[in-house]
Design a protein around this ligand. Structure first.
Ligand code: 5GP
Length: 308
């Protein structure tokens, strides 16, 4: 069954506080279900509400007892039954869950208490380990799942393009840490990894990038893939490429996770692009704001009021 089409399907822009909601819109039966759906929307996780009913007992050829778990999360291939703290109800649900698992061992199903939502999402790599970071986030732009999928595709593409070669992946610290660590594990050709650090570009268009940590590898005559977290104006990248070219590599291409194309000033060719994103300040998956948020497993838009 297709997920319900309601305003709820729009990406939520709400702080996840765990506070109950006043109104429970259809199709939900309880606040807890509505709130769980809003949390899933916030993290960009697809969900279906009660899409399947599992017969549990039969009498004279008819189904006499059945169970419909509240949610199905296709990305995780997981059914979720939410539970309240009422002991009578929990015992009854436990009995049905046991039967369901016996009769349908291939089905992944869990029972979740309200206080377990955020822990579950963190476990599956969707939410932050600390819910304290959530209030500073306006919205999740790219979910952990989509990041992993796309990074795997980029790695496969690089592996095809560099078949028979041994490229050097050069990452520019520090925002690139998560991306390069994941990317390199999807590259199947032999590859070296090196890292360089630069001083922040001063923004007035004249300052050259200062190298704080140079490459350890000698890249002369080698195929370099410059790995970037985000290309914004393109000025930083331009300077880095100019610098790397002085070391006379055989070739240099750029692989960037994020491309904020609307703000481009220096037109640097980007060979591999993970995602084109709107002109918003993003954090997470290695990207920081004042050294915070690098540890978020997704890419999120920071609340505008936090920016200078
Ligand atoms: P560019 O020279 O392309 O304008 O700037 C690139 C650098 O600016 C990136 O390597 C990154 O450090 C920083 N930057 C640009 N946009 C963002 C953003 O949305 N979020 C974060 N955290 N850093 C950004």
């Amino acid at each position: 069954m297709a997920p319900p089409t309601s305003p709820l399907r729009r990406r939520a822009r709400i702080p996840v506080t765990g506070a109950p909601t006043e109104d429970v819109p259809a199709p939900f039966a309880h606040n807890a279900e509505y709130e769980f759906a809003r949390i899933l929307d916030f993290y960009g996780i697809d969900w279906q509400y009660e899409p399947r009913t599992f017969p549990l007992r039969w009498a004279r050829g008819h189904v006499s007892e059945a169970f419909s778990p509240d949610f199905y999360l296709p990305d995780l291939n997981l059914y979720v039954e939410l539970t309240t703290l009422k002991p009578g109800l929990t015992a009854e649900k436990n009995r049905k869950m046991r039967l369901l698992k016996e009769l349908y061992p291939e089905v992944n199903v869990i029972m979740l208490k309200k206080q377990d939502y955020l822990r579950l999402l963190a476990k599956y790599g969707y939410g932050p380990l600390s819910p304290g970071q959530v209030p500073d986030i306006d919205r999740v732009l790219i979910t952990a799942h989509k990041l992993q999928q796309r990074v795997a595709e980029l790695g496969a593409q690089i592996s095809r393009d560099y078949a028979g070669k041994e490229p050097v992946l050069v990452g520019v610290l520090r925002g690139v840490i998560c991306f390069i660590a994941d990317l390199v594990r999807h590259v199947s050709v032999p590859t070296a990894v090196d890292l360089m650090a630069i001083s922040s570009y001063d923004g007035n268009g004249s300052a050259a990038v200062r190298i704080l940590k140079d490459l350890d590898e000698n890249i002369k005559g080698r195929d370099v893939i410059l790995v970037e977290d985000i290309v914004d104006t393109g000025m930083t990248l331009n300077h880095i490429i100019e610098y790397l070219n002085t070391k006379r590599p055989a070739s240099i291409v750029v692989c960037t996770l994020l491309d904020k194309r609307a703000r481009r000033i220096a037109n640097v060719p980007l060979e591999y692009v993970g995602f084109e994103i709107p002109d918003e300040f993003v954090v997470g998956y290695g990207l920081d704001f004042q050294q915070r948020f690098r540890n978020l497993p997704f890419v999120a838009v920071l609340k505008h009021e936090l920016l200078p």
